[in-house]
Design a protein around this ligand. Structure first.
Ligand code: 5AD
Ligand code: SF4
Length: 488
């Protein structure tokens, strides 16, 4: 536990051995208690107090934020996008340093609102808070923050919220680890027609550059029955598309298998979720190339409900760098896997993540990465400049690459990535695709925007009544990363 300072309240009272759904009930009790305080604010203000949830990082964080927002709405806050609100919470990411810097910048600005609003409370939670240095920094330089908590106890938000509303002190509650999963917390979904569903938490891979295993803890898989039950509930509520979420989805159930050798595999789970009545499309994020076995490829190939999109993080195309990254595959193994996926699932889009500037990386290593991009022809790639994360093995590697060299290599790679992605996108021109309509086009309200199975966006003339439904669209014009089309 990080905090034990005398002048701060530390409510570490619920690190219980057994947390069952009783825990969710306990949290609901705190929601009732907090509601009575928030209703006083409402009387004082003559309107509902407002709450703003600011999310950084990945889909897992986005899903967590839906739970934070649910608690805030249940206690009586009204949702707003503006940080000029009575409650603001930052759900942070720490995977790269720029995410840390961005949140601290926003937090600094937010203090100006607080000076003018005596009812305002500011909270910060998520991955960045699991780093001891970050909490110290907030305590020292951002003393106006009212509540700090981490990733492992997010389910306790209602309780922490209530404690914060009752106190003038900074509340800090950080757990080093947990092996608990709390089910059935209330959620306010951002979209009516699609939803993320967590299937596992944490990561055991320990890639040498990555902070995730330290801030999200060891792999914990949810029970398949609970996952299916959640998908059924979502379907009954009108959800058509589900994204199964985990840092490493194809390691799903490795932990469960230690006690039950017949525990459902990720491939079986995908198939089961696709069987849920009302669910028309299933996505997943993120698989690890090492564990991407034939059974998963088979299930996708044989099941048109599973999206034709696989995000397969490469990180580097150099076997030497991959070894130092502890990725457990070589350039050749990745190429073989990608070729197999393309062959078995012909219309699949493969996207990836690539890091440039990992310690010891030379221009020749980047040539290897470019070679993989050219061979796999990624449909899109997120390219990141290596960011040194304190506490990871790579942070201690001595051969960090000079910034100028990293920039040159990054630009070289980006050019190839963009050319390849453009080439790939144009391949679908003239086809008719099933599109899940997501909303009105931001620039032209006569157009609707939807997503194809392979995750590419398409804009087409249509009305708002189509939002949340599947329509067939003919792709008539390709504009690099998106299409224009006509509903048929
Ligand atoms: N520096 C740069 N990029 C990183 N990623 C993870 N850790 C780092 C780091 N230290 C990237 C990886 C991962 C994505 C989510 O973030 O490419 O797949
Ligand atoms: Fe990080 Fe590697 Fe785990 Fe992905 S697999 S979360 S990159 S340690």
């Amino acid at each position: 536990m990080v905090n034990s300072e005398k002048n701060k309240i530390n409510i570490l009272n619920s690190c219980r051995e057994e947390i069952t759904d009783e825990e969710s009930i306990r949290q609901l009790d705190y929601i009732d208690k907090a509601r009575s305080i928030v209703s006083k604010y409402e009387k004082e203000l003559g309107r509902k107090p407002r709450a703003c949830v600011v999310t950084f990082g990945c889909q897992m964080n986005a899903r967590d934020s839906e739970k934070l927002l649910a608690a805030l709405k249940l206690v009586g806050y009204e949702e707003t996008d503006s940080e000029d609100a009575e409650f603001v919470i930052y759900n942070t990411c720490t995977v790269r340093d720029n995410a840390d810097q961005r949140v601290l910048g926003r937090l600094g600005q937010c203090s100006n609102f607080k000076k003018k609003n005596p009812l305002m409370k500011i909270a910060i939670c998520g991955c960045m808070m699991q780093e001891p240095g970050a909490v110290e920094k907030i305590k020292k330089s951002y003393r106006f923050v009212d509540l700090i908590f981490g990733t492992h106890n997010i389910y306790k938000f209602a309780e922490l919220l209530y404690t914060t509303l009752c106190s003038d002190k900074m509340i800090i509650d950080i757990w080093e680890k947990t092996d608990k999963i709390v089910e059935d917390l209330p959620v306010v979904r951002k979209y009516a027609y699609k939803s993320g569903v967590n299937i596992m938490f944490g990561c055991d891979k320990f890639c040498t550059y990555c902070i995730v295993p330290y801030v999200r803890g060891r792999e914990r898989s949810r029970n398949p029955k609970d996952i299916i039950r959640e998908c059924e509930k979502l379907a009954a509520d009108g959800v058509k598309e589900i994204m199964l979420l985990g840092q490493n989805v194809n390691s799903y159930a490795n932990d469960l298998r230690k006690v039950d050798k017949d525990a459902m595999s990720f491939a079986q789970l995908l198939d089961e979720v696709a069987k849920v009545e009302g669910i028309e499309r299933v996505r997943f994020m993120t698989p690890h190339p090492r564990d991407f076995k034939d059974d998963v490829i088979d299930v996708i190939a044989n099941n048109p409900k599973i999206a034709r999109h696989i995000h397969l993080p490469l990180q580097s195309g150099s076997s030497k760098i991959l070894k130092r990254m502890n990725r457990s595959y070589t350039k050749e193994e990745f190429l073989t896997l990608a070729a197999k996926i393309r062959e078995r699932i012909p219309d699949v889009a493969i996207t990836t993540d690539i890091i440039v500037g990992f310690p010891g990386e030379t221009a020749a290593d980047v040539d290897d990465t470019i070679d993989v991009v050219n061979k796999v022809k990624f449909d899109n790639a997120f390219t990141f400049i290596y960011s040194k994360r304190a506490g990871t093995p790579a942070a201690k590697f001595e051969d960090q690459v000079p910034e100028k060299e990293v920039k040159e290599n990054f630009d070289r790679l980006l050019k190839v990535v963009q050319e390849t992605a453009k080439e790939q996108a144009a391949k679908l021109l003239g086809r008719c695709e099933d599109v899940l309509v997501e909303g009105v086009n931001e620039h032209d309200s006569s157009l609707m925007t939807g997503r194809m199975s392979n995750n590419t966006l398409v804009h087409f003339p249509g009305g708002e009544e189509l939002i949340g439904s599947f329509v067939k669209v003919k792709l008539t014009e390709c504009h690099g990363f998106y299409y224009f089309g006509e509903k048929i």
